[in-house]
Ligand binder design. Structure first.
Ligand code: SF4
Length: 448
């Protein structure tokens, strides 16, 4: 995912240039400089870029050793001059990259893609390290709705969204899936569609009883377009995203207006003048164009070309800078299972000796399906809504903590989504201490 001139995601990441060059995939790619960087890479290597190799990425195998040479912990943007998941990057290389990330837990890595299908194809069943944040980039409502569901279909510990260059209004809060269920990315839930009521109106289950639950999006970043003919971002589009993030307490980072800047006193002879409507139509460009003859709506905004020296103002949205970021260290520590293994052992003891919610033992759950797997109703194409007892959830969460079977294995055996198991495991860890509240120590077992 190319970051244009800025190779860092939120100003302080270190670029890890593993791939040069990229195949365009959507409207946002028009202003991408991947090709320019690829050409420079070839020139630096003493050769020119052949026209036939224009979209042929170069994979830098030697760069895989770089993280080992960084002496202090780093925040890292992976392949900022390309898209790691583009079709011509070999799958084996991507596997190596993930392995290198896992091997360097002292660093934290960010991977962003517009090739969401390939991301899921390669990582949908992978055990992903918790020092990796996966993200999709989107430029408008359609690309967001298409890509963000894939992000939730990969068992990433951290997820982010980059809306850059933002070319239209985006409802970041909800996305209707092909099944008509609704994904709420900022809340991490899927709301189940129930069908039409007697009056033909669509009905959904209440959000308080979700069909699936995930970790909510961890981070949203937004920015305008750069390049020789930037298409500006309307401030209202940015405000809506900011306000939605604020409501759901999702960190929001504003990366600036790109190479355009809002002008309150438009010069109609300015050849760089652009007017942007809230519905996304751009009303023309510069002197002599239709811009001079159109009536201008109150919500229309004039932009002109960013000049040298204007850079500081381009990072302000409504007079404020937004540079929020998640506390990556917090969940990194929370999900480190080795830290909680003594607690997990105590929980297992208590559950198996009948002191916690009853049900088959962990081993019984793991060794057999126990008749627990719910079958789809014949002829019903929709997956039935799942309802699990607290005891079942606790047993699965403990099994995941114990590591007797991988999350993927448990998911397959009990027909529970991996993300659901990860969620239960996290909930168990967060609330584990409540189980011991007010309970006496077991007789004959002193404190260790
Ligand atoms: S996918 Fe990203 S890196 Fe590739 S061409 Fe598009 S904007 Fe550039």
């Amino acid at each position: 995912m190319l970051r244009q001139r800025d190779e860092a995601l939120s100003l302080n990441e270190r670029p890890w240039n593993l791939v040069y060059g990229c195949q365009p995939v959507s409207d946002a790619c028009k202003s991408c400089v991947a090709h320019e960087r690829l050409a420079r890479f070839h020139v630096n290597a003493g050769r020119s870029l052949q026209a036939s190799a224009r979209h042929q990425p170069v994979v830098v195998q030697a760069a895989l050793t770089e993280p080992a040479s960084w002496l202090t912990p780093q925040q890292v943007t992976v392949a900022p001059l390309a898209d790691l998941f583009q079709p011509r990057v070999p799958a084996a290389f991507i596997t190596q990259v993930i392995q290198v990330i896992a091997d360097h837990p002292q660093h934290f890595f960010h991977v962003t893609t517009r090739y969401q299908r390939r991301m899921r194809e390669l990582l949908g069943h992978a055990q992903l390290p918790d020092n990796l944040s996966l993200g999709i980039a989107a430029e408008d409502a359609a690309s967001y709705a298409e890509r963000v569901p894939y992000l939730f279909d990969v068992p990433a510990v951290w997820r982010h969204v980059v809306l850059e260059p933002l070319l239209g209004a985006v409802n970041v809060e909800s996305v209707e899936l092909p099944t008509r269920d609704i994904l709420w990315p900022l809340e991490g839930i899927v709301q189940q569609y129930l069908g039409l009521d007697g009056d033909g109106r669509p009905q959904w289950m209440p959000k308080s009883d979700p069909l699936r639950r995930y970790e909510p999006l961890d981070w949203v970043l937004l920015g305008g377009e750069r390049g020789s003919a930037p298409r500006p971002t309307h401030p209202e589009w940015a405000r809506r995203v900011r306000d939605a993030c604020r409501d759901r307490q999702v960190p929001f980072f504003f990366r600036g207006w790109g190479d355009s800047v809002i002008t309150r006193k438009p010069d109609l002879d300015d050849p760089q003048l652009v007017i942007v409507s809230i519905d996304g139509s751009r009303r023309g460009r510069g002197a002599g164009s239709a811009i001079n003859h159109l009536s201008v709506a109150d919500s229309d905004v004039y932009f002109t070309r960013l000049l040298q020296g204007d850079e500081p103002i381009q990072f302000y949205l409504d007079g404020q800078r937004y540079r929020e970021a998640p506390d990556f260290g917090r969940r990194h520590a929370r999900l480190r299972l080795v830290d909680v293994s003594p607690l997990a052992r105590q929980l297992v003891e208590r559950i198996e000796q009948g002191e916690a919610p009853s049900g088959p033992t962990t081993q019984e759950y793991i060794q057999s399906d126990g008749g627990l797997r719910k079958k789809s109703i014949a002829g019903d194409k929709r997956r039935p809504r799942r309802s699990h007892t607290p005891s079942f959830k606790a047993q699965i969460a403990v099994a995941a903590l114990q590591g007797e079977a991988s999350v993927a294995d448990l998911s397959q055996r009990f027909d529970v989504h991996r993300n659901q198991i990860t969620q239960w495991r996290a909930q168990l860890l967060e609330r584990a201490s409540e189980l011991f509240d007010g309970l006496p120590e077991k007789p004959g077992r002193g404190r260790r």
